[in-house]
Ligand binder design. Sequence first.
Ligand code: GDP
Ligand code: MG
Length: 437
Amino acid sequence: LTSKLQETFRKLKGKGKLSEKDVKDAMREVKLALLEADVNYKVVKDFINSVSARAVGQEVMESLTPGQHVIKIVNEELIALLGKSESKLIVSKVPPTIIMFVGLQGAGKTTMAGKLALHLKKHNKRPLLVACDIYRPAAIKQLQVLGAQIDVPVFSLGDKTNPVDIARAGIENGKRNGNDYVIIDTAGRLHIDEELMNELKNIKEAVNPNEILLVVDAMTGQDAVNVAEHFNGNLDITGVILTKLDGDTRGGAAISVNAVTGKPIKFVGTGEKLSDLEIFYPDRMASRILGMGDILSLIEKAQESIDEKKALDLQRKIMQQEYTLDDFLEQMQQMKKMGPLKDLLKMIPGFDASKLGDLDIDEKEMAHTEAIIKSMTKQERQNPSIINASRKKRIARGSGTSIQEVNKLLSGFEQARKMMKQFAGMQKGMKKGKFKF
Ligand code: GDP
Ligand code: MG
């Protein structure tokens, strides 16, 4: 119990404003996390500089340490950079909505075309796939196979027709057949080249797509910046799709691409199956990239749950030695609000999960403790010394526990209170009235 209390108080220390040193220390960790996630180093540098400047001097939240507070700011800035909330597909006022996929060879365009078609179909849309990659051997066949799997039509004119004409004819075909979405799968190259860029520009001009989505392989990491810059510069893309996030990449490419294009990420690919498509959520990606063992969720939870005013009240009570079973109960309930202890502990980086075995008991014990205190009268809670044998019997019956358990709780509480008195006395002696733990 005491260690839990001390933990609560440790978090209570108001630290005033974030100093340059606080920010610098925490930023070192953030920088490392970003570089490890393969965010482009130049993007990292710019980001760190601008966030550092904003963080210095900010008031530290009572419930956080300065380091945690800096990470909280970084997280918020990262989310803002990644687009704040999910970004929906642009829909044409007059159907069909035309979506053109662009990107390097192997990025996952063709697969993503199939995935998006399936996604739309699930939402009761009628997509058409158009095969404009006439260069890569079997590219048309690949799209046809995917289309057959999900029962979506594929338009093709073979590999002898110009891609611009195929795109045009595909859209006409879609209009005739009442397709409300036309997805154009284009060719890629291993590296950016002008011939390809010109072809893509020509298709864009010919069909005027509602969306030009750049498909980027999340594993390309540092390179993503060049790719994004080039495609965006030439085609003025409307959005980005990040594929292969199922690998061990932390997805730093998302930040790089966003930073250089300013265009939203709309979807992510998380596997080779056609159902492996997810809507992009900036907050999830930010935590993934920062990758601090979900420490961010921990910060958020602490923020939501610990009622600061109550905690300060409690501190005052201990100083004045009026800590009661009611306070004890309230403290427990605050801890409970933070979710099962187990979940909470799992979020701590480097925490050894094998130690979690005993914790179930701890939580059960907490439930018993709560039941026992709730079975007491107000006077009993304020002044446990009046709890005699017959009261104990009543409390045990009321809480569905045993007299032994009631005794255990009472002696535990008494011990805790004694320790806190000593603790409070010590503090008082050291710092007249100023609470510093
Ligand atoms: P394209 O050249 O841009 O059309 O790329 P493809 O769609 O042909 O994909 C290239 C390779 O990447 C194929 O082997 C796909 O199965 C694979 N691929 C595509 N998207 C994903 C993904 O999200 N996860 C994984 N693991 N593989 C993917
Ligand atoms: Mg392809």
